[in-house]
Design a protein around this ligand. Structure first.
Ligand code: ADP
Ligand code: MG
Length: 738
């Protein structure tokens, strides 16, 4: 009898096992049993070809009557004609010439797919199929299938769906009893089948209901294992010792609040007290603060930083880019006013100093900052990754604030945390709104605070799409609008996806928009500006002079992009902030954090090149003052393209959560959850974070309960084993978000 850990070849023979290894990398019985069907074909649902309508999802039983191969532009097209007696239809396969070997004239099989029409002929392109083995006549083969639901597997190489089904069938027939890792009470509570039944029913279901229930149970397994890892990790973090930081009644924080030109919103107050509560604990805070651009996260972080200074500690604020670090430095020093001038003549008696440390600073300036950081005079230290380098020593690092989590590697954050005596409190800020279950899955070991409300006095942003293909004259009108805005004393951003034009761009790498969005979400250092697909996308270095001498002649324009020196970028930003520049022509370097309230308009060129969330972030740069904001999305995408639909969606709502949903919906699960998690990916076969919200919620509840009663799962050894397998497989990148 076979067990889950047996090598495949012991059960299905060397040759077949080899094929499974080569095609899918499978080694064990469990590997193959976890290869779940994509769907099922019901015997009773066979359709007549003559009755098929375009768009129908169908399965037909038919015989191959003709096979031909065409070559077009180096691509092979295998065209297979089948007939069921009532009519003929064709099946087409692109670049899958190897199928010619099994799709032979005279062969019968079931073919499933969506009906398309091509030259008035019905066709299925890339259908799933199951051929009826040689020697079996159709009736007996079909008779054997009768009443059954045939699994359709993701196929590959030399392993068509039916071959996979055969091997799985052999395994199921010889499968020993397998221990279930889910606790009995959980199985009972949800009315799930046990593990063995679930594996049987997902592969060879007696009914659609049985298949569905098996699938639910196996999906739940994936969710709960992940949640257990996260819950355990959270419990471990909670068990660490940290210095509690208490706020006094009339210290720096109250002083700061008294000076603020506005009142905290209700949402901000609530989060302030959550943070205050966390940091009073003798364990480190691990909190994610998410909120729209401009929702007031930075002020919350600043208040948290001041609160640790009251008890002699220091706070570090990590920014993803130099521009942002400088921007933070300026806003924070400004907000603090004389509170940031401790130890100087102008300073008030109590207060602190704010130090900036970035890579491009002069050696002398760096040295001064390092001194302030080491002797503790600088209560707030703002910087880029330069903060992580070895020479940086803190007197007493109490709180680490990470801005824009997605861009900051876990190792980098850990390096900074190592600089503290005891683990510091951690606050992670992100402006990318994450749907609740995604957050639960990605950041399950962080506590989450969400700012939903924008501070009052914020102006609305109107967004329009400019389809330059259909309505080229709209673009002229857009430039006119820029002029009008500037005439009213306001400023504008023009965003382009590239720095330079393609021919001159030596670093050009072909990469799709999806890859960029994905890489960004996952914290890669790359940005759309470094990469671009083919085609003639707008570039900053072409657009700026073109507009300056053309449509925007007479206005003060300046280019800004990531390849300029830090000084030049800084100079340009400063000039824009103080109103000396009317129009900033830039790449996405302005995406996060930049705050110029007088900027009221943004034109995004080739907007279809950007992800949904990214567009939303970008337009958050306007409408930050008292005047309403206007954002124009210029695109050459055709009217009925998916790209245009995305842009219309962005124009249609300002709800960041809704938009991030649209964004995530379009990606594969691996993309949603990250690339670093090869382990998790192989564990997440069925779970879909957006679709399976309820399941994830209940898995989380169960996991939290289990871990709080029994942190090491000592009373559930099978479950503990499964969890440690997942942990071991997990590249630490993914789950080590804390
Ligand atoms: P975020 O960091 O979330 O993008 P910020 O903290 O930078 O947002 O706030 C954006 C702007 O709104 C800043 O100019 C800030 O001073 C202002 N602001 C923050 N909180 C409030 C509030 N409660 N009322 C009015 N203005 C606020
Ligand atoms: Mg901010």
């Amino acid at each position: 009898m076979a067990t889950l850990t047996d090598p495949l070849k012991a059960v299905i023979g060397d040759r077949t096992a080899e094929a499974f290894y080569k095609t899918f990398g499978m080694k064990t019985v469990e590997d193959l049993l976890r290869h779940y069907p994509r769907r099922y074909v019901a015997r009773g649902e066979l359709s007549d070809i003559s009755e098929l309508l375009e768009g129908d999802e169908v399965t037909v039983l038919a015989e191959i009557s003709k096979v031909s191969v065409k070559r077009i532009n180096g691509r092979t097209i295998l065209e297979v004609e089948v007939t069921d007696g009532s009519a003929k239809m064709s099946l087409t396969f692109f670049n899958q010439i190897w199928r010619e070997k099994e799709l032979k004239v005279g062969k019968k099989g079931m073919f499933a797919g969506k009906v398309g029409m091509f030259k008035d002929k019905r066709q299925l392109s890339h259908p799933d199929y199951q051929l009826i083995p040689d020697g079996d006549d159709v009736d007996s083969a079909v008779g054997e299938f009768a009443g059954k639901y045939l699994p359709v597997y993701p196929a590959g190489g030399k392993l068509p769906s039916w071959k996979i089904a055969n091997s799985i069938s052999i395994i199921l027939d010889s499968l020993d009893d397998i221990p279930d890792y889910l606790p009995e009470e959980v199985i009972t509570e949800f009315g799930y089948p046990n593990l063995k039944d679930a594996l049987f029913n997902i592969h060879e279901p007696e009914s659609p209901e049985a298949a569905e229930l098996a699938k639910t149970r196996l999906t739940f397994d994936e969710a709960i294992l992940l949640q257990l890892v996260l819950a355990q990790r959270k419990a471990e973090l909670k068990a660490l010792a940290a210095t509690p930081r208490k706020i006094s009644t009339n210290g720096l924080v109250s002083n700061f609040e008294a000076k603020l030109p506005f009142k905290f919103t209700e949402g901000q107050r609530e989060i302030n007290s959550q943070i205050e509560g966390d940091m009073q604990e003798p364990h480190p805070m691990h909190r994610l603060l998410q909120g729209e651009v401009g929702s007031g996260k930075t002020v919350i972080a600043l208040r948290a930083m001041l609160s640790v200074i009251e008890s002699g500690g220091q706070a570090a604020l990590l920014a993803p880019t130099e521009v942002l670090a400088q921007q933070h430095f300026k806003t924070i020093t400004k907000m603090l006013g004389e509170l940031a001038l401790a130890g100087t003549l102008q300073g008030s008696g109590e207060g602190t100093q704010v130090a900036l440390l970035t890579g491009s600073m002069s050696t002398a300036a760096k040295k001064e900052a390092l001194g302030q950081i080491a002797n503790g005079l600088a209560g707030i230290v703002i910087g880029t990754h330069a903060l992580l380098s070895e020479g940086v020593e803190f007197a007493d690092l109490a709180l680490v604030v990470v801005d824009e989590q997605h861009r900051f590697g876990v190792e980098q954050r850990d390096a900074l945390r190592m600089k503290a005596k005891l683990p510091p409190h951690l606050l992670v800020m992100t402006a990318t709104p994450i749907p609740r279950t995604v957050a639960m899955t990605i950041f399950g070991d962080l506590d989450i605070s969400t700012l939903r409300q924008l501070p009052s006095g914020r102006s609305p942003i109107t967004t329009h799409v400019i389809p330059v293909l259909a309505k080229p004259h709209y673009l002229d009108r857009a430039w006119e609008r820029v002029r009008e805005e500037v005439a009213k004393g306001h400023q504008a951003y023009i965003v382009a996806p590239r720095i330079v034009a393609p021919e001159r761009d030596e670093t050009k790498v072909k990469i799709t928009e999806k890859e960029i969005a994905f890489a960004k979400l996952m914290g890669d250092e790359i940005s759309a500006e470094e990469f671009a697909g083919e085609g003639d996308m707008a570039s900053v270095e072409e657009l700026a002079p073109e507009l300056a001498t053309g449509a925007l002649k007479g206005l003060k324009l300046a280019p800004l992009h990531g390849r300029q020196s830090a000084e030049l970028k800084d100079e340009t930003m400063a000039a824009f902030a103080s109103g000396q520049i009317d129009v900033l022509v830039s790449t996405t370097v302005i995406e996060v954090g930049v705050d110029v309230p007088n900027a009221t308009m943004m034109v995004i060129m080739d907007a279809d090149r950007f992800g949904v969330s990214q567009l939303h972030q970008l337009r958050g740069r306007v409408g930050r003052g008292s005047a309403p904001g206007l954002c124009l999305l210029v695109s050459g995408a055709s009217e009925d393209s998916p790209a245009m639909a995305r842009l219309t969606a962005v124009a249609g709502t300002l709800d960041g959560f809704e938009l991030s949903r649209i964004d995530l919906d379009q990606r594969r699960e691996g993309d949603v959850l990250g690339k670093a998690q090869s382990g998790t990916k192989s564990h997440l076969r069925l779970l879909r974070v957006l679709r399976d919200e309820e399941l994830i919620e209940s898995a989380r509840t169960v996991a939290t309960k289990l871990i709080s009663k029994d942190p090491t799962l000592a009373s559930f050894p099978n479950l503990a084993n499964e969890v440690s397998l997942l942990k071991a497989e997990e590249s630490s990148d993914f789950l080590d978000k804390g």
